[in-house]
Design a protein around this ligand. Structure first.
Ligand code: SAM
Ligand code: SF4
Length: 337
């Protein structure tokens, strides 16, 4: 390897000394659900398919990131499992020297069990915001509640660790928080993560819909005795377990207790744009130069050198900022959560 090559392949470190080792790749901005907090109910323009990274391009970019120190890849979307070539992509990435996982709504998870196993996937994050069928339909605008639950059970039976992601919204589902905690009591491979509702383009965010970290702990403490779990490096969820429970629960409190100081995340959108933060509107196109046969490693370093310390450079989360700063960002479904 030449000196220049060695420099280019160096770990992705920003000006705050944060080393970026966790790559989240969105496979598509399309989805089989229509969650109100993720996707605008009107005027959603999906990307034309020719804009999307192809399976071989996803593999090529992933290989570059692994060479630059990425240790973990998460596939997300939109819904990653609706891509016709999802099995191919998962198998390809399973061959890399990195751990592989996915975030999915699980509607198609039953068709992927052998693929997950062959690719070495051990744990999946599954979105589920309610345990009530009527609410599921009103949040997701689709009727897939029974399938989602059945596929969570199937994943557990097949030996996968399942982390349920619940976006908690006041007046919508906060009365179910303790029902979700109860799921962790007897199932050691099931973990629940409560996520504070975050602002993105077109998702009608306002502060009154947030159920904060502090509120969640109070609600849970009213019913359960719980203990904190020692945090791991780069944890985004503050984790706990109910006394005697097999599983755990965690809180991802991006709005009220951010975890930017330990951020190690890199995001690649389905159209091949690099984002150095969920909330930063600036993007670096990697797909076009890759298609031209150019070396993209310098672009990656450059983009992370510009990474802000917190929240993509926005001062915080106010309703005014949600209308201005966060409205300039992509919709969550087009970033990849
Ligand atoms: N379709 C897959 C799923 O739902 O799991 C993957 C994509 S989804 C965008 C990834 C995660 O982002 C989900 O767990 C979802 O709950 C979360 N999410 C979407 N919009 C959000 C918002 N406004 N605030 C907090 N979390 C959000
Ligand atoms: Fe689809 Fe996931 Fe967004 Fe729901 S949260 S609309 S399942 S991408």
């Amino acid at each position: 390897m030449s000196n220049k090559d060695e420099l280019m392949s160096a770990p992705i470190i920003d000006t705050f000394g944060r080393k970026h080792t966790y790559l989240r790749i969105s496979l598509t901005d399309k989805c089989n659900l229509r969650c109100t907090y993720c996707m605008p109910q009107e005027d959603m323009q999906f990307m034309p398919s020719k804009w999307l990274m192809q399976a071989d391009e996803i593999r090529a970019l992933s290989e570059i990131f692994v060479e630059m120190g990425v240790e973990k890849i998460r596939l997300t979307g939109g819904e990653p499992l609706i891509r016709k070539d999802a099995q191919q992509i998962i198998s390809n990435l399973g061959q890399l020297n990195t751990s592989l996982t996915l975030t999915t709504n699980a509607v198609f998870a039953d068709q992927f069990i052998p693929t997950f196993k062959q690719a070495g996937v051990q744990s999946l994050n599954v979105s589920l915001d309610t345990l009530r069928e009527d609410r599921f339909k009103s949040i997701t605008k689709r009727d897939h509640f029974a399938l989602t639950l059945a596929h969570i059970r199937l994943l557990l039976t097949e030996g996968f660790v399942v982390k349920i992601n619940m976006v908690v919204m006041r007046g919508i589902n906060e009365d179910e928080v303790n029902d979700f905690v109860r799921l962790t009591l007897d199932e050691p491979n099931l973990h629940v993560r409560f996520i504070e509702f975050m602002p993105f383009k077109g998702n009608q965010w306002d502060m009154s819909k947030i159920v904060s970290y502090a509120d969640l702990l109070t609600m849970i403490g009213d019913e359960f005795d719980y203990l904190p779990i020692q945090p791991e490096a780069n944890d985004t969820a503050r984790r706990y377990h109910v006394n005697g429970a097999g599983g755990t629960f965690g809180i991802i409190s991006t709005v009220t207790h951010p975890f930017c100081a330990g951020c190690n995340r890199i995001r690649l959108t389905a159209d091949g744009k690099l984002k150095n933060c969920l909330f930063d509107t600036s993007e670096m196109d990697l797909l076009t130069p890759l298609r031209r046969g150019e070396d993209v490693r310098a672009l990656i370093h450059q983009h992370f050198y510009k990474k802000h310390f917190a929240h993509g450079g926005h001062a915080g989360f106010t309703e005014q900022q949600a209308k201005t700063d966060y409205e300039q960002n992509r919709q969550m479904i087009a970033i990849g959560g």
